[in-house]
Design a protein around this ligand. Structure first.
Ligand SMILES: Cc1cc2nc3c(=O)[nH]c(=O)nc-3n(C[C@H](O)[C@H](O)[C@H](O)COP(=O)(O)OP(=O)(O)OC[C@H]3O[C@@H](n4cnc5c(N)ncnc54)[C@H](O)[C@@H]3O)c2cc1C
Length: 388
């Protein structure tokens, strides 16, 4: 048994850490203009990312990317989690955000949608969530009804990240509402300028994300824009969901790490009642608990990622990692904020932004209650005795 990261991943981790420390952290508080990264900052960081050889690290080699494995990606996500300048959802600085669903398109579709995204010429967004169907998308009300050579989509979507800059959307819609998530949902490629696609309003959130509400009114989509077969809409999601969970988890470890760095530096120099905070047991316990929990979560993330790369089935473990990583990040961040007192609440420090983002990550892409519900089924399969 060997718990060391392989040499090339240790070097990768150091490279990303140096990049984050030298290029990003010094400008992280000024990197954004409202909700968007300033174009000159993005350009500068993207050029640097290319320079250090990390461009398209998660795009498979057959499409011209680096095709890095899960453990390598987790190492990158962890280090990127240490700064507030990298968006928590979509649109990083190491290449265009390629929705993994696009790799399942047929060749004709790839020419129109996948390759231009990889080249940075087109942008996509993902439309699943609805007012009445979020954590339980099987209950979605948006329908796609077939009429000969095309479908007509009607419905309402919300919380759609990047819809305002997208050229097209991957839309999930019910082709058989009675079947729901068991074969009743299909996926479609819909150009955003198709008549009937309406950006209704941006949703202001406590984070800097600004997802959109979208109305789909009699949107005519050719049959050739369906992804896969009718009823396969969820199948594609399931294939990449593990990567999404692991990204949350690894990012959470990075957030916790940064918060410990901040609190660890602050506690020895902040004096109250004649002694530094670092001398107070109450503060020491907060930091030591954070340290232990971060170490445990990191090990779990690395081990799950390593198993994934070996080809093991790690669906349950990835759920556990997401819960651990997201909850860890928020808990450690909250403690760092407490230790900093009032200054931790100000925008002079990154803690308040890490705190807001981390709180939101616990809810999106699978709230912990839903993940625990799914895990409970697996738990009883493993521990529930022979009669279950
Ligand atoms: C900033 C942001 C960006 C997003 N981007 C996108 C995007 O690009 N595309 C997209 O399609 N969606 C997107 N989403 C939607 C996001 O994935 C959903 O908000 C999330 O899945 C939760 O759905 P919901 O808000 O409808 O919560 P609900 O499903 O209504 O759940 C609400 C709460 O109820 C509890 N709960 C739910 N079910 C159970 C249960 N079975 N047992 C116990 N408790 C339960 C949980 O605590 C949960 O947090 C985004 C959301 C946000 C906030």
């Amino acid at each position: 048994m060997d718990f060391e990261l392989p040499e090339e991943l240790r070097m990768l981790k150091e490279t990303v850490r140096r990049f984050v420390d030298r290029e990003i952290i010094p400008i992280e508080r000024e990197a954004y203009d409202g909700h968007k990264m300033k174009p000159d900052v993005r350009k500068h960081l993207e050029a640097k990312a290319q320079e250090i050889g990390l461009w398209n690290y998660d795009v498979p080699e057959e499409y011209g990317g680096q095709g890095m494995g899960m453990l390598a990606r987790c190492v990158i996500w962890e280090e990127m989690g240490r700064t507030i300048a990298i968006p928590t959802r979509g649109g990083g600085i190491f290449g265009p955000a390629v929705s993994p669903i696009l790799y399942y398109l047929n060749e004709e579709q790839k020419k129109k949608y996948l390759y231009p995204v990889i080249e940075g010429k087109r942008w996509g967004c993902f439309m699943q969530t609805e007012p009445d169907a979020g954590g339980d998308p099987g209950g979605m009300r948006t329908t796609a009804v077939r009429h000969g050579d095309h479908y007509v989509i009607n419905g309402y979507k919300r919380f759609i990240t990047g819809a305002d800059r997208a050229d097209f959307a991957q839309v999930l819609a019910a082709t058989d509402r009675a079947k729901g998530s068991r074969g009743g949902i299909s996926a479609f490629l819909v150009d955003m300028d198709t008549p009937g696609v309406k950006l209704v309003r941006p949703q202001e959130t406590m984070m800097d994300d600004r997802p959109w509400e979208i109305a789909l009114e009699d949107v005519k989509v050719p049959v050739e824009n369906r992804i896969g077969e009718e009823g396969e809409g969820f199948k594609f999601g399931q294939r990449w969901i593990t990567a999404g969970r692991m990204r949350h988890a690894a990012r959470g470890v990075g957030v916790a790490e940064r918060c410990m760095e901040l609190a660890g530096a602050y506690a020895p120099q902040r004096v109250t009642f004649g002694a530094p905070l670092a001398d107070r047991q109450a503060v020491q316990f907060m930091l030591v608990d954070s340290w232990m929990e971060t170490k445990a979560a990191r090990l779990m993330v690395y081990e799950t990622a390593w198993r994934f790369d070996k080809g093991d089935e790690v669906r349950s473990e990835s759920y556990m990692c997401k819960i651990m990583g997201d909850e860890l990040a928020f808990r450690v961040c909250d403690k760092a904020m407490q230790i900093h007192g009032g200054i931790g609440l100000t925008k002079d420090l990154p803690i308040e932004k890490l705190w807001r983002d981390s709180r939101s990550m616990v809810i999106t892409e699978g709230p912990p209650e839903i993940l625990r519900m799914v895990l409970a089924r697996q738990f009883f399969r493993e521990y529930g005795g022979s009669n279950r």
